[in-house]
Design a protein around this ligand. Structure first.
Ligand code: CTP
Length: 400
């Protein structure tokens, strides 16, 4: 099934390194070309001979191999997937902060391939805020994670931090390898993606906002950039953004309107994932409103509907995508918005369902097309939803 796929299997220094032997064997059995890369720490736990024998080529253990110079760029560039199993706190920390101090961390920075990290460490280390922060940063950059399990750890302790089962790791790796093979390439596509909720000031301290976390918009931007699109992300949130994305930070609906409309002319695709305020205070108070003044009367005025504006001035071939967060009659409301705003695709989600929409890491959507098409995407992480949205965009472009 994995014939022709090149996988770099990074093994870091933890007791779970012995399980990487099984991961290696299973991937080779499935037809992948597996390149083992062992850190110095890994060599304290497992012998390189085992990986020499089971991998598809001799194991790499150093950046300074005299026979094979600068291996990291070659190994990183030619990989279809990089797996790190086990991923130790050290490797996660170096990767999250962009420090390359051995062959494996060099490869992680040199590759454009999807990366799957499989952390394993003692419970106290796994739960440490620094480790969890690093993982959050990596996830935000599109790194895939197979979470550790609860079980017996080194020294007889029991807790969270045991490396996931090799079968689970290989399953995740397989779906990544097959997904990236079937995903349409977006090289050269110019995209604008918006994300997050706008904040409309009432006074210097308070604002009218909404619950949008920006995670879905950021996932669309990251996935599109990973597939080769040239992405501008107009966002209200401070989530980490890959260097290959041009990020524009805004706060209000008016700032978002300006950022999007001034760039829209040259965009092939605009995805309005942001939750833009429909109304804003006519005037923000110049100084903080005091409680002693009694309940303030805040007069509101409509904001510009950016998507409808884009629909009105769109150039031929440009694809416009909107979102509809609804609590009832999802399909009816989404279809009505699709028509009213004059756009090509609308991504509707029912935010009253568990695990769906604002603030969650998961989502479940229906993607409706102006051509009458309809795709249901069941509950999945927001990166997987982003893949489905980009597939729908690719289809809309090829049929327009
Ligand atoms: N949108 C926009 N500009 C606005 C408001 C919304 O571009 N001022 C975009 C959103 O980014 C989203 C889509 O329009 O892609 C749906 O927005 P929504 O607020 O749900 O649509 P409305 O027409 O305001 O409908 P509702 O009455 O449900 O609020």
């Amino acid at each position: 099934m994995l014939e022709g796929k090149r996988v770099v299997l990074g093994v870091a220094g933890g007791i779970a390194a012995y399980k990487a032997i099984d991961v290696c064997r299973r991937l080779v059995d499935a037809g992948a070309h597996v390149v083992p890369v062992l850190t110095e720490g890994a060599l304290h736990f497992v012998g390189r001979t085992t990986f020499d024998a089971l991998g598809s080529e001799r194991a790499w253990t150093s950046l300074w191999d005299e026979q094979r110079p600068i291996p990291h760029t070659h190994l990183g560039q030619t990989a279809d997937l990089v797996i790190v199993a086990p991923a130790t706190a050290r490797v996660l920390g170096l990767y999250a902060t962009g420090i390359s101090d051995d062959l494996l961390t060099n490869i992680l920075l040199a590759t454009r391939a999807p990366v799957l990290v499989c952390p394993a460490m003692h419970t106290e280390m796994w739960e440490h805020a620094a480790v969890q922060d690093n993982l959050r940063v990596l996830r935000g950059r599109g790194v895939h994670v197979v979470e550790p399990e609860v079980g017996r750890l080194a020294g007889g302790d029991v807790g969270a931090g045991r490396l996931a089962d090799p079968a689970t790791i290989v399953e995740a790796a397989t779906s990544l390898l097959l997904a990236s093979a079937s995903a349409p390439d977006l090289t050269g596509l110019r995209m604008i993606v918006t994300a997050g909720g706008t904040r409309e000031p009432i006074d210097p301290v308070r604002f009218i906002g909404n619950r949008s976390s920006g995670k879905q918009g950021h996932a669309v931007a990251e996935e599109a950039a990973a597939r080769g699109a040239k992405v501008t992300l107009v966002t209200t949130v401070r989530l980490p953004v890959s260097a290959r994305i041009d990020a524009v930070r805004v706060d209000t609906a008016a700032e978002m309107e300006h950022a999007v409309l001034s760039r829209a002319e040259s965009a092939d695709v605009v995805v309005m994932a942001a939750a833009v305020a429909d109304f804003r205070p006519v005037q923000a108070a110049p100084s903080k409103l005091k409680k002693a003044g009694g309940p303030p009367e805040v007069r509101l005025e409509p904001t510009v509907d950016i998507l409808a504006e884009l629909g009105g001035r769109r150039r031929p071939g440009q694809v416009l995508v909107g979102f509809a967060a609804e609590t009832d009659d999802l399909r009816v409301h989404a279809a009505e918005k699709l028509q009213r705003k004059g756009i090509d695709l609308i991504v509707g989600n029912d935010i009253s369902e568990p695990g769906v929409g604002f603030e969650h890491d998961t989502n479940a959507v229906v993607i409706l097309g102006a051509d009458g098409s309809s795709v249901e995407v069941p509950l999945a992480d927001k990166r997987a939803i982003a893949r489905a949205i980009l597939d729908a965009i690719s289809n809309a472009r090829s049929s327009s």
